[in-house]
Design a protein around this ligand. Structure first.
Ligand SMILES: [Zn+2]
Length: 208
């Protein structure tokens, strides 16, 4: 493990392949790096500075990637990923190299794997992103519930709203209530959106 410069790593934030690190099997091959036994570092620049580095070790039919990426509260996670590659014959001679997407259940042939926390094909990153988005649906509900607790109201945005707790300043109450409304409205909007999406999926399947 290791080999990655300290303080370097992956930029968090939005997950689109355009701001992810791209590891291109063909480029590696063109540069003569895809040779078993070789180990080298790759650096990605952002704003003219080295922002990310991976150590790549080439084996007979796979590469081992060693890298780190930032997780919550300034901590770093070390990763070691194995990505298989294979060759196909070109129509007019020569061979073309491909990665196999390392995601379980995928294994797609792809020239480029994209990295944030893991190096996967484009399709898998989209799926991962979609799952993260769905988990985020619960965030406004959790935030609303946290305020309900402060106000001494029963848990759950579907429940009736209570009044101002005894001993709480009106100003504090109005402030909390305004924040509560924002989170609760967002939660209801998401619930409605998911219901519409579910309905559309069922209609497409002809079950309705
Ligand atoms: Zn994949």
């Amino acid at each position: 493990m290791g080999g990655i410069g300290s303080g370097r790593g992956f930029q968090g934030g939005k997950i689109t392949t355009s701001n992810m690190l791209a590891l291109d099997a063909r480029k590696l091959h063109r540069k003569g790096l895809l040779v078993p036994g070789r180990t080298f570092d790759m650096h990605w620049k952002l704003n003219g500075e080295n922002q990310a580095a991976i150590q790549i070790q080439v084996e007979f039919d796979y590469v081992i990637l060693n890298y780190r990426y930032p997780i919550d509260n300034g901590a770093w996670q070390s990763m070691e990923d194995r990505i298989y590659f294979e060759w196909t014959d070109c129509h007019f001679g020569g061979q073309r190299v491909w990665f196999r997407c390392p995601q379980e259940g995928c294994g797609r042939r792809t020239a480029i794997v994209y990295g944030d926390s893991r190096f996967l094909c484009r399709h898998c990153h989209k799926l991962v992103y979609a799952c993260q988005r769905e988990k985020d649906d619960y965030r406004p509900i959790r935030q609303a519930d946290a305020i309900r607790k402060q106000l001494g109201w029963p848990n759950g945005i579907a429940n009736l709203e209570g009044g101002k707790p005894k001993g709480m300043h009106w100003r504090t109450f109005y402030k909390l209530k305004a924040r509560y409304d924002t989170h609760a409205n967002e939660a209801w909007a998401l619930i409605e959106l998911r219901l519409i999406q579910m309905e559309q999926r069922l209609l497409r399947k002809g079950i309705s």
